[in-house]
Design a protein around this ligand. Structure first.
Ligand SMILES: [Zn+2]
Length: 164
C-alpha cells in the first residue's frame, strides 16, 4: 500500500475531525486495503462447461455476491438468479458463482452488472440467458431506506419463470 495514499486518506479523516478516536487509528489502511482487494481483479475465472440435453431449462437461484456502488463506493449485497434454455451447453454452479463474483468486483452499477453477466453467460452458453439481480445497497441503508433494487435482463418469458 502506497504510503502517500494512507497519508492522503488520513488527512481527509483528520479534516473531518475523525483523527482523535483511537478506534480509527488504522481506518485509512483498512479502507485502502478493502479498495485494493477489489481493484486486484485478476483474470476472468476459468469456467467448467458441461454438455446438456437440448431444450432443457436450467435455473441457478440465490447466488450471493457483494458489489460496490460506483456513486458512493459502498457495498451492496445482491442475490442473483440465472435461467436459460439449453442449446446443448451448461455451466456448473461454481462457475456461474465465480463469474458473478468477478463481474461484481469493480465499482459498477447493479444495472450494469446485470447486463454484463447476462451477456457473458449468453456468450458462454450460446443462448440467451436471463439474469435477475436483487440488491440491498449500503448507500440506501445509510439514508434509512431498507428497500431493495431489482434489475433484470433477458427474454421476458424466462424472467417470468425466474420470478415464479
Ligand atoms: Zn450508491
Amino acid at each position: 500500500m502506497a504510503h502517500d495514499d494512507v497519508a492522503d486518506l488520513r488527512g481527509v479523516l483528520g479534516r473531518l475531525g475523525w483523527s482523535s478516536d483511537p478506534a480509527m487509528g488504522r481506518t485509512a489502511e483498512r479502507v485502502l486495503e478493502g479498495w485494493q482487494a477489489r481493484a486486484a481483479i485478476g483474470l476472468r475465472p476459468t469456467l467448467t462447461v458441461v454438455d446438456l440435453t437440448v431444450d432443457q431449462y436450467v435455473a441457478f437461484r440465490a447466488i450471493g455476491v457483494t458489489g460496490m456502488c460506483p456513486h458512493h463506493l459502498v457495498p451492496y449485497a445482491a442475490r442473483i438468479d440465472v435461467g436459460f434454455v439449453s442449446t446443448g451447453k451448461g455451466l456448473g454452479l461454481g462457475s456461474v458463482r465465480r463469474l458473478a463474483e468477478w463481474h461484481a468486483l469493480p465499482p459498477r452499477l447493479q444495472e450494469e452488472l446485470t447486463v454484463k453477466l447476462a451477456e457473458a453467460l449468453s456468450t458462454e452458453l450460446r443462448t440467451t440467458v436471463a439474469v435477475r439481480v436483487v440488491g440491498r445497497h449500503a448507500c440506501d441503508v445509510r439514508d434509512g431506506e431498507f428497500g431493495v433494487l431489482e434489475t433484470s435482463f433477458g427474454p421476458a418469458d424466462q424472467l417470468a419463470r425466474l420470478r415464479a
